[in-house]
Design a protein around this ligand. Structure first.
Ligand code: SAH
Length: 211
């Protein structure tokens, strides 16, 4: 088995740079976060491969390329406060922790949330907080956010999330039914959401309510 550092470097070169991703902050963060720590032991040999992987409870850790596309779109700065919906393994949460000042991440499955909390704490991410709950409601107590990243597909953009985005804030979210989803990028401009359509994707559904 290739050692994780070499595998990670290969992932960044062949799956990200080679496909046109170039934001140095995002690429550096993807080099720093040990993706193999976020996948089940039995799948560690595949941790840096070019596809999503199962993480339990019928959920998946997203493909590295899609993660990088979503992170690049948000143009995060080191002072940003970010909301993530769908913590899953906690892999994207760690990347957000590298790129922003503070991260709140909501996961509806208590077991996944608990596992992600443990891995993130073990790796020393002190600026991220995982909350068990329904992400479609956002997190009014900590709003507004500079950026929102949603890792599960909604049929429509949840209105609560739009209302928690600050002026000039950015959101990236997969929208659509299982067989025809597309990333939508939203920028809040003069209190109105400006929406642009991005890559076609395939995510697990965003399910309203708690598990
Ligand atoms: N970025 C994660 C992707 C996890 S898959 C990773 O790379 O590991 C999407 C996650 O969204 C799943 O864990 C699922 O349980 C969660 N999810 C679905 N609907 C949700 C909701 N309403 N609120 C919070 N989390 C939700």
């Amino acid at each position: 088995m290739t050692d994780p550092i070499t595998a990670c470097q290969l992932m960044v070169d062949s799956q990200l740079r080679a496909r046109g991703l170039s934001d140095p902050r995002v690429l550096d963060a993807m080099l720093r976060v040990p993706r193999h720590e976020f996948v089940p032991e039995s799948l560690r040999a595949e941790a840096y491969d070019d596809h999503p992987l199962p993480i339990g409870d019928g959920q998946t850790i997203s493909q590295p390329y899609v993660v990088a596309v979503m992170l690049e779109s948000l143009q995060l700065t080191p002072t940003d406060t970010v909301l993530e919906i769908g913590t899953g393994s906690g892999y994207v949460t760690a990347l957000l922790g590298e790129l922003a000042a503070q991260v709140f991440s909501i996961e509806r499955h208590p077991a996944l949330a608990s596992n992600a909390r443990t891995v993130l704490a073990t790796l020393g991410y002190a600026n991220v907080q995982v909350i068990t709950g329904d992400g479609t409601l956002g997190l009014p107590a900590h709003a507004p956010f500079d950026a929102i990243l949603v890792s599960a597909a909604a049929l429509h953009i949840p209105p609560a999330l739009l209302s928690q985005l600050r002026e000039a804030g950015r959101m990236i979210i997969p929208v659509g039914p299982p067989d025809s989803q597309q990333l939508q990028f939203i920028r809040m401009h003069n209190g109105q959401p400006l929406i642009s359509l991005r890559d076609p994707v395939r995510f697990v559904p965003l399910i309203p309510g708690r598990d």
